[in-house]
Design a protein. Structure first.
Length: 551
């Protein structure tokens, strides 16, 4: 169990703003040679050929069928490549498949695999490797948390639900270099889906989650040379990779640094070249001393709190969930704690999604006094008051920024409604398990980032049977709208149906969106090729070192 804190009514502060200021002041003050895989190169890591990157947490898995967190995705994109991949600006480009064609209805894709696509052991990457991998992802006995990614494929939903065997999935390999994919309905965004790690091929299901570099066979630009849990992950260039001539940095070392302030300190001490994040408390110093090393951009992601609709009797009250949602002063929370361009969230789907108008609650524009008064009325109607306060157990992963926001939200609830909140922090990999155990929490802090640029990637996670639906939200009308949107032939009609689904989700108050993400990194000036994209993917293979770099 992680650190534990309790916010109670008995603790008196001068006010919500004072607490936020104190949080920032406190945070501001707090602020070997590995054996190489036989199939790869023999690069010896040195300062001149080693890219040092920060990683904000321990990857939960290097199995493409089991990875469901941003830290695992980061490493998997280095180790594997799908049918399609991304250019440095985020544009979808051919990967293992050098070309593909679709039929007139847009429901059948025929992929032609490049002849020089090889695994790190020298074997050819075959179409059958994708068939095997994708069947694993949708197999209900595997219980993949990313199975939803493959729902556009024919029969995927029925396989995931256990109504059909995995062999019924609409994917086949008539030849080693030809893969045919049949979709349930046209999905213009499908090539983007193919850049997600859930669609990566696997060489052997027995070795995909191994820490042992000798048994992990991959097909991407890098190979795993070592993984020391809680410490580091080291990669070396895969000389079998079809585009290895354009991979300019031969060695990459990820240092696992949970605390953003510690990552910033290591960056300042020249111990890492690229950070994954930047602490809010460092903004003033960064702008003053390293303005040209700061990269900030909008990021298609939403930070939210999920209500426990499975085990918490209290939170089954719509009035109570509405009161807790309305009571939060998102503008103050974001402006005081998150100065990197994050936007307050009054809906779940962020701005910037193609062919979509984000939805929001109708009370978004209410004056603060009216909003808070209405929240108090609903709180009282649900049976709670200052004399009879609601007690909430809040679960979150260990992270300084996440904790700051949690303390501020707990204080906001206490100041406006009288809610008493217990906050439990857990190390990330432990948290990933605990979030599934609804006996442990009433409210859990989560974040969702786009798998591809489409509203469905945000809305599909609240299907009743989605592995990512931690709240237990179940609304047949909602699921029906998603099904209807999937079958819509017209882009505008599809968008309208998805917008209706988001409005329904918001009216049910199953989750509490707090803010929309922005990506922020610090990058040493000798690292070239950095481009910030809406999905915040920064592949090491797109980077290079300035020739003037000194060791």
């Amino acid at each position: 169990m992680g650190n534990f804190a309790c916010i109670k009514r008995a603790e008196r502060h001068k006010g919500f703003v004072s607490l936020l200021i104190s949080i920032l002041v406190i945070t501001s003050a707090g602020c070997n040679s590995d054996q190489q895989h036989k199939a790869g190169g023999t690069h010896e890591a040195s300062a001149s050929n080693l890219l040092r990157r920060g990683l904000g947490g321990e990857p939960a898995s290097l199995d493409p069928a089991q990875a469901a967190d941003a830290f695992s995705f980061e490493i998997l994109r280095e180790l594997y490549e799908g049918l399609a991949t991304e250019a440095s600006d985020g544009t979808v480009v051919p990967g293992v498949a050098d070309s593909w064609i679709t039929n007139s209805s847009g429901t059948r894709y025929q992929f032609h695999l490049r002849q020089d696509a090889r695994w790190s052991n020298g074997d050819h990457v075959r179409a059958q490797d994708f068939v095997r991998a994708w069947r694993r992802v949708v197999d209900p006995t595997i219980g993949s948390p990313v199975a939803d990614i493959l729902r556009p494929i024919l029969n995927a939903s029925s396989v995931i639900a256990g109504r059909l065997p995995p062999a019924s999935l609409g994917v086949s390999a008539p030849q080693d270099d030809v893969l045919i994919v049949d979709l349930e309905l046209p999905a213009p965004y499908f090539p983007e889906v193919l850049t997600h790690s859930a669609t990566f091929p696997v060489f052997s299901a027995l070795a995909v989650n191994s820490h042992n570099q000798k048994s992990l066979v991959t097909n991407g630009p890098y190979m795993l040379t070592s993984w020391t849990p809680g410490n580091s992950i080291n990669l070396t260039k895969n000389m079998r990779y079809w585009d290895q001539s354009n991979v300019r940095i031969p060695n990459v070392a990820y240092t696992i640094i949970v605390d953003e302030n510690s990552e910033f300190m290591q960056y300042r001490a020249n111990q890492i070249d690229v950070t994954q994040n930047v602490p809010s408390s460092a903004l003033t110093a960064v702008k003053a001393q390293w303005p040209n090393e700061l990269y900030v951009a909008p990021y298609l992601g939403t930070a939210y709190y999920s209500f426990n609709l499975k085990s918490s009797n209290a939170l089954k009250s719509l009035d109570l969930r509405t009161a807790l949602t309305m009571a939060l002063d998102r503008k103050l929370l974001v402006s005081t704690i998150l100065p990197f361009g994050q936007a307050p969230a009054y809906g779940f789907v962020p701005a910037g999604i193609r062919n979509y108008t984000p939805q929001s609650w109708s009370w978004k524009s209410l004056p603060d006094a009216a909003r808070i008064e209405h929240a108090k009325q609903l709180y009282h109607r649900a049976g709670y008051s200052i004399q009879k306060p609601l007690h909430i157990r809040m679960l979150l992963s260990t992270n300084s920024s996440i904790k700051q926001m949690a303390i501020a939200i707990a204080s906001n609830w206490r100041q406006t409604l009288g809610v008493e909140t217990e906050i439990t922090e857990e190390e990330f990999r432990v948290f990933l398990q605990s979030r599934k155990d609804t006996s442990r929490w009433d409210v859990v802090r989560l974040g969702w980032t786009a798998d591809y640029n489409d509203a469905a990637t945000f809305l599909e996670i609240f299907r009743k049977d989605s592995a990512n639906n931690d709240s237990g939200y179940a609304n047949r009308a909602y699921d029906s709208l998603l099904d209807k949107a999937a079958g819509a032939q017209n882009v505008d009609m599809r968008a309208s149906i998805l917008e209706s689904a988001e409005r329904l989700l918001l009216s049910d108050y199953a989750v509490v969106p707090i803010y929309f993400f922005s990506s922020k990194r610090l990058v040493k000036p000798y690292v070239k090729g950095v481009k910030m994209t809406p999905l915040n993917k920064l592949y090491s293979r797109h980077l290079s070192f300035d020739a003037r770099r000194s060791d």
